[in-house]
Ligand binder design. Structure first.
Ligand code: PSU
Ligand code: MN
Length: 310
């Protein structure tokens, strides 16, 4: 952290925890700026931080505020992100945000970049981006970021609005291990099952930590993707959600929605068509993932290995 660029601001408690080798969990903020409406987004942001704290780790929500990259937010700053941020910031967008002194939520790829810069090793999100189904070539930079960042990423699978088999193939191509947490199956965001297999299975935070150490000790430079299925009580069955997702996808294509706007549009449309059920599901697994990430961060400390890039 010594040679951190001037545009980074690390919150004091995060700095201290990292210095003392205590568990820290990074949290993304695109889900706050583009995934959920106000004030649900603010409540979720606070609840995810509380979930991390409750399980013994320091939360570091990452966002860009008025041109500076923030690692860890005060409650006031969290309010600012939830109320006023406008940009969706992935890796290509940082410089634009800094130059314009703009604010925004960081995507999985954006958060991976900033968290890695300060030495955070565990990150919780809802679902990663991947290969889209609509129209021409649209592959989330999340996949490229996962291929090149040594981070444990806890998610509920890839967003089910995506082409899941192609997303899994891409993850394999890029050398990213996909672990099922307590399952052999790749979870599908709103549903516990997808019909596709993970590359390995783990059943405890300790097992995840052992896996990550083995992966990085031999010199692998990719992330370890931990996929925890949504809780049974909040699950939406594939039979129920798939036709709705197809409908949302058709509308997106009719309206010519593409690029960065596509994922937020699809998620919002699915939420309307499920009368808010998909948003409740989303919140449920985001919180569960924050809890699990904190437990994994604890299992990862003290950091026993020197983690080197390839
Ligand atoms: N998961 C959610 N809601 C979201 C996202 C994920 O439940 O809004 C965000 C993540 O930040 C992810 C991004 O990185 O959507 C992917 O966007 P794209 O497909 O444009 O790369
Ligand atoms: Mn895209």
């Amino acid at each position: 952290m010594n040679s951190l660029p001037a545009s980074f601001i690390v919150k004091d408690d995060v700095k201290r925890a990292l210095k003392l080798d205590q568990p820290v969990v990074a949290l993304e903020s695109t889900v706050l700026t583009h995934g959920l409406p106000h004030p649900t987004n603010l409540a979720l942001g606070r609840d995810m931080e509380a979930a991390v704290l409750a399980d013994g780790a320091t939360p570091a929500t990452i966002a860009v505020l008025r041109g500076t990259i923030r690692i860890g937010l005060t409650d006031e700053e969290l309010v600012e992100v939830a109320e006023t941020s406008s940009m969706k910031i992935s890796r290509r967008d940082y410089a634009a945000a800094i130059a314009k002194k703009a604010s925004g939520g960081t995507t999985v790829a954006g958060t991976l970049f900033a968290a890695d810069k300060v030495g955070i090793k565990v990150f919780a999100t809802g679902g990663i981006g991947g290969v889209h189904k609509e129209g021409r070539f649209d592959v989330s930079t999340d996949l490229q970021a996962l291929a090149s960042t040594q981070m444990i990423v806890v998610c509920a699978g890839a967003k089910s609005i995506l082409d899941l088999p192609s997303t899994l193939e891409m993850l394999e191509t890029l050398g990213v291990p996909v672990l099922g947490y307590g399952t052999d199956e790749f979870p599908a965001f709103f549903s516990r099952s997808s019909g596709f297999k993970t590359s390995a299975r783990v059943d405890s935070p300790q097992e995840v930590a052992e896996f990550a150490r083995a992966h990085w000790e031999i010199g692998m430079s990719s992330a370890v993707l931990v996929c925890q299925p949504i809780a049974e009580k909040d699950e939406i069955s594939r039979e129920e959600v798939e036709p709705i997702e197809e409908q949302a996808s058709l509308v997106a294509q009719e309206k010519g929605i593409s690029g960065q706007a596509l994922t937020p549009f699809l998620l919002q449309r699915v939420n309307e068509l499920t009368n808010g059920k998909s948003m409740r599901a989303n919140i449920s697994f985001l919180l569960n993932n924050a809890h699990l990430a904190a437990q994994i961060a604890k299992a990862m400390t003290p950091t026993k290995i020197k983690i080197k890039a390839m």
